[in-house]
Design a binder for this molecule. Sequence first.
Ligand SMILES: [Zn+2]
Length: 298
Amino acid sequence: MKRAAAAEERLCLGSHLSVAGGAHRAVEEAIALGLASLQIFTKNASRWVQRAMREDEVAQFRAARARWGEHAVVSHESYLFYLASADGALRKRSRAAFIDELERAEQLGLDAVVTHPGAHMGSGPEKGIDRFAAELRAVFDAVPFVRTRVLIECTAGQGTVLGRSFAELAGILAAVACPARLGVCLDTCHLFAAGYDLRRAAGYEAAMRELEREIGAREVRCWHLNDSRGALGSHLDRHEHIGKGQIGASGFRALLADARFDGIPKILETPKENDMDRVNLRALRRLARPARSASPRR
Ligand SMILES: [Zn+2]
């Protein structure tokens, strides 16, 4: 029993769950699903300005989390990713929204806010990264660091978005130059769509060598586990159920066995209908079990 619990902690599977009815509801669902990590939105994803959180909401969330066992919770920044934009007014609104997000996350005691690095909108990755870094530093100046890191998520590389390679993520981390408050989040679907072939162990190992060279696996503080509807290098950001997409079930085996990511949240962002979280979690747990083929048959 104890060994099973330790294995679950190492695996650290989670999901992005709804906060309808309050953030504590997501924690209650995480408990029901047997999760060891969780991702939420701290606000309505489609609005710039939100009402502040009430103290009783925060208290309810913290109480639910204490019942759960203080597992890692991250939020996903609400796709207002204009921090790298050339449009100054848009950048300013985006900065204010990000400050609000980080304040909420600190208030809830979240471990991290995951964000996409945004798009350079045609002015080139270098200028885009410079703008993003300056804005993120301004966000950091506005919100004192208590607990919540900002994790830059890799992208599928569609259009002019930043973060399509480990080298580009490394460039972003270096430009922000605030390692104590930063990290990265890797999304299997985005990596695959950006051209990293995760279908076989050899492709996974090659990608991880590049990761170690450019960034270091220690900087990976969250994974998003999604299969990919789009082909390798297609730059299509379309999440698919585990094992049902172009990466395929065995593509996840090497990652789940990689001890460098023990205890690092591995969060499903796959479609939720028909109780699919339970199906995807079962698939991942099965793939995480060590192969028994080496033992002789009797
Ligand atoms: Zn993701």
